[in-house]
Every structure is written in structure tokens, then in C-alpha cells.
Design a binder for this molecule. Structure first.
Ligand code: BES
Ligand code: MN
Ligand code: ZN
Length: 502
């Protein structure tokens, strides 16, 4: 495991070194809160030090079962003890993930802590719950390392999940949790990295180096290769910046796989809007516009690291959208990778252009399903807010597949419709289609209708618009930090898991 995430292990007892222990509190019957995961040795030490049980101390300090609450009890022998609310005793994966996230966030946020060894004891034996707790704990301890003259040490170094059982199911759940959390944390860090440091060339190289330890073939198309390949969309969008665009192709093809999943991510390392420039206030967050690309790179890493028996080909379309003398314009007609022509509606509608080329390329591999992920439209944020992503597909079966995966992963997506009216809005007098409708109504749907034109008949397609949930500008909650969230990595890995077992 790299330094991206604390190390995660499973144990049936309290490890020798524990700088902090996280216990739970749940409502057992009606409104009776009770401690969950109490450890006899710790309780003994507590009795000795304070003459009272942890349970009595928790009650005295007002520890509650309410989800989202974290209570810090007095430390014992240098071990901090925290109690996190689990809600009802009948816990769900989502509830456990968020509770562990809240607990670890509280621990990682304590003053002057570094490289802590943390034990999480929530009395979980179901592998699904163990995985969720592991994910929550690791995701909750995430902190973006600030770019400072002096290096900042990690707050949490290791997490031990203390469970009544330590069987094969539990162990593989813990492994899967660390593989997923590591991927999500990498996606977050890329998203948080400023655009002068993360631009197409450096992003592509970072992807290559992150994937080095996996059986994934990585191919980086630079501007010359893009020119040769006829990637008119990516080249147009990237044309205004001195930092040239890239298309990263990543392929994981394990023996015995039957399904083939293609992933496509929007990797705009900074979206100024281009010549149709954004006002300063709307440009500020636009380093996050590569979150879709970060998600697909991270997801293929996790899928390969977990050894899932599914073929995955991922494409990250990277460009910087800037105004300059070499920028593309509104009303330009572009010839896309698949040969179709597009009348460019607005240079700020750049995401769909890079995605269209990458979807066209992905289709050549004849996958069963293409899933694209993009911070595509402000309209989707207006519709669904900051915590729900938009889903658009070309078939009900695909919608069900994606919604099931998202639910299992604890991520929130809501399906939006494509109608003939919306499709009809893309007619152009000068090209095969236009890239926008000419008005702002239903902008998320219009973008979806455009992307759909690049998916050949017979290939399933789903589009995840993560403009809202990719970045959390508010306070952290559950296992979601402030800033880049790494959203959709978990959904994509869950989806791959479902395709692998079909
Ligand atoms: N990257 C933006 C979408 C976005 C906006 C993401 C706000 C997160 C927060 C995208 O490239 C964009 O600018 N979309 C335009 C499209 C319009 C010009 C058709 C938009 O949503 O306004
Ligand atoms: Mn834009
Ligand atoms: Zn954009």
C-alpha cells in the first residue's frame, strides 16, 4: 500500500499498539443506547484508571447513538477512546461506512496527531459490513497533503478492524476495502491538485505511474498521435493551451473474463470556458473538471488490484480549455474521431467534445457497455444539487445495472430522461449535429443526447454527470471530505464486480 491511505488489517483482538480506539453506540431496543464493539481488555484498563466502565463513562459524557455524532472519552494508558453513533442496531453498509468515516475524520482532525495506529471495533462479522467499515475508516482519514515547503505527516498510519471473526470472507472484504479506498484517495488527490501542477502531460504520466504495479497496459496519445488519429474534438478543446492534450488508454484483460466494460472520463485539467470565457466566480472551481478522468483511472486500478474477472478498457481524455490565438471558436465545424461533424455551439461546452472522441474510440474495441464519467453540466447541479449525480443511459437494463452498483457502493445517482424533443435540438444546418441546443433549458439532457450520438447501435451506454458531487465545497460529512470527493470510483468498481460475476 502506498502512502495514499492508512494500512488496513483485520484482527479478532485489540492490537498491541492502539493510539486511538473507535467504538460504536447503537439503539438496541427503542431508545436504549448501548455500546457496540466494547473490548474487555480496554474496559479493564478503564476500570483500573477511572474506577468506572467505558459504558458508564460514555453515558456520563452523553455519547449518543444518533448517526453523525462522535464523542471523545478520556484516554486510557495513552489510548484515545472515541464513540461514534451508529443509529439503529440493525446497521446497513452505508450507515457503517459513514459512521467509520465520521469517527476517523474526528481522529485525523485531532490536534497534533501524526501516524496514529487506530483500532475500529464495531462488532461486524458480515463481509459486506466489514468492507463498508474499512472503506469508511480509510476514506475518513484522507487528507490532501498541502503543497508546503515543509512536508506534513499523515494523521493516521494504520487502521485495524477488530471483528468477532477473522475468516476468509472478512479478509477479502478488508482487502477489497483498501484497494477501493486507495483508488478513491488517489482520485481525490488528483482532483485537489492545482492546475499549474496537474495538466494533460503530467496527469497522463501520473496515471502511468499509478498503474505501474497492475497488469494494465497504458498507452498515452500525445498531440501528434491525436492529430494522426483524427481526434478533432480533443484537439479543438486543447488547442488554446500551450499545454497540449493527451488521451490515455488503459487496458486490463484478465484471463477468464467474459464481459467487456469501457470507461471514459472527462479530464479537463482547467476549464476557463475558452473564448466563451467564464466569469471569474464560475472559473474558480474549474480545476475539478478532470474528476471524471481521475475516477476512471482510479477505478481500473482498483478493478485490477482486486483481480475482478472482467475486461476493462478505460480512456481518460485530457485537455486544458483556455482562450488564446490558437483556441477553437463557437461556430467552428469539427470532424470528430468517428468521422461525424459537429458545429461547435459554445467553447465552454468542451467536455462533450473530448468525451465524444473518446467514446468513439472506445466503441472500436466493441465493449458490451461504455460508461462515461464527467463534470459535464452546471445544469445537472441545478437539477440535482451537490450530492447527487445524474445518470443517462441508452437502455433500461443499463440504468438498472448502474443504479444497483451505485446503491451497493453508497453513492447517489438519479436518472434523467432523453427524449426525442431533446435529441431534435441538436440539428445543425452546417454539420451532422450541433454541440448544444441554443438555450440553457435541460442542459444536462442536451449534453447526454449529444454523447449518445457517438455510441454505435448495440453497445450499452451510461453517462454519469458528476458536476455536483465531484467537489464538496461545504464541510466534510461521513466519509466525504471537503474538496475532491473521488465520486463514482466506488460505483464503477461495484459495477465491474457485478459484471464479473454474471
Ligand atoms: N465544466 C463545466 C460544467 C460545470 C459547471 C461543472 C459548474 C461544475 C460546476 C462545463 O464544461 C461547462 O462549462 N458547461 C456549460 C455548458 C454550456 C456552455 C452548454 C454549463 O454547464 O454552463
Ligand atoms: Mn466548460
Ligand atoms: Zn468543463
Amino acid at each position: 500500500m502506498t502512502e495514499l491511505c492508512p494500512n488496513l488489517t483485520l484482527s479478532t483482538s485489540l492490537p498491541k499498539r492502539a493510539d486511538a480506539v473507535l467504538l460504536g453506540m447503537a439503539t438496541i431496543n427503542q431508545d436504549q443506547p448501548a455500546l457496540v464493539g466494547l473490548l474487555p481488555d480496554l474496559d479493564k484498563a478503564y476500570q483500573k484508571a477511572y474506577g468506572t466502565s467505558i459504558s458508564a463513562m460514555a453515558a456520563a459524557m452523553g455519547a449518543a447513538a444518533k448517526e453523525g455524532t462522535v464523542t471523545t472519552l478520556p484516554s486510557v494508558d495513552g489510548t484515545r477512546v472515541l464513540v461514534v453513533g451508529l443509529g439503529d442496531a440493525d446497521v446497513t453498509p452505508d450507515g457503517v461506512r459513514n459512521a467509520a468515516g465520521n469517527g476517523l475524520r474526528a481522529i485525523a482532525g485531532l490536534a497534533d496527531v501524526e501516524n496514529l495506529a487506530v483500532a475500529v471495533s464495531l462488532e461486524l462479522s458480515d463481509p459486506e459490513l466489514i468492507q463498508a467499515a474499512g472503506e469508511g475508516a480509510l476514506l475518513g482519514s484522507y487528507r490532501f497533503t498541502p503543497i508546503k515547503a515543509e512536508t506534513t505527516p499523515a494523521a493516521v498510519q494504520s487502521v485495524t478492524l477488530v471483528s468477532p471473526v477473522s475468516n476468509a470472507g472478512g479478509k477479502s472484504a478488508v482487502e477489497l476495502a483498501s484497494v477501493i479506498a486507495e483508488a478513491v484517495c488517489q482520485a481525490r488527490t488528483w482532483t485537489n491538485t492545482p492546475p499549474n501542477l496537474l495538466y494533460p502531460e503530467t496527469f497522463a504520466e501520473a496515471a502511468r505511474s499509478f498503474l505501474k504495479d497492475q497488469k494494465i497496459a497504458v498507452e498515452i496519445l500525445d498531440e501528434k498521435a491525436l492529430e494522426k488519429g483524427g481526434y478533432g474534438g480533443i484537439l479543438a478543446v486543447g488547442g488554446g493551451s500551450a499545454r497540449k492534450p493527451r488521451l490515455v488508454r488503459m487496458s486490463y484483460a484478465p484471463r477468464g473474463a467474459s464481459a467487456h466494460l469501457a470507461l471514459v472520463g472527462k479530464g479537463i485539467t482547467f476549464d476557463s470556458g475558452g473564448l466563451d470565457i467564464k466569469p471569474a466566480g464560475q472559473m474558480a472551481g474549474m480545476k475539478f473538471d478532470m474528476s471524471g478522468a481521475a475516477a476512471v483511472i482510479a477505478a481500473i486500478h482498483a478493478i485490477a488490484a482486486a483481480g475482478l474477472k472482467v475486461k476493462v478498457t478505460a480512456y481518460a481524455a485530457m485537455a486544458e480549455n483556455l482562450p488564446s490565438g490558437t483556441s477553437f471558436r463557437s461556430s467552428d465545424v469539427l470532424t470528430m474521431f468517428d468521422g461525424q461533424t459537429v458545429e461547435n455551439y459554445n467553447t465552454d461546452a468542451e467536455g462533450r467534445l473530448v468525451l465524444a472522441d473518446a467514446i468513439g474510440r472506445a466503441a472500436q474495441d466493441s465493449p458490451d457497455l461504455i460508461v462515461d464519467v464527467a463534470t459535464l453540466t452546471g445544469a445537472c447541479m441545478v437539477a440535482l444539487g451537490l450530492r447527487t449525480g445524474g445518470l443517462i443511459t441508452n437502455g433500461e437494463e443499463t440504468s438498472d445495472l448502474l443504479l444497483d452498483a451505485a446503491e451497493a457502493a453508497g453513492e447517489d445517482f438519479w436518472e434523467l430522461p432523453l427524449t426525442e424533443y431533446v435529441r431534435g435540438q441538436l440539428k445543425s444546418p452546417v454539420a451532422d449535429m450541433k454541440s448544444g441546443a441554443g438555450n440553457r433549458w435541460g442542459g444536462a439532457l442536451v449534453a447526454g443526447a449529444f454523447l449518445e450520438r457517438f455510441v454505435p447501435e448495440g453497445i450499452g451506454w451510461a453517462h454519469l454527470d458528476i458536476a455536483g458531487p465531484a467537489d464538496n465545497p461545504e464541510e466534510a460529512y461521513g466519509c466525504t471530505p471537503k474538496g475532491g470527493t473521488g465520486v463514482s470510483v466506488r460505483t464503477l468498481v461495484a459495477l465491474a464486480g457485478q459484471l464479473a460475476t454474471r
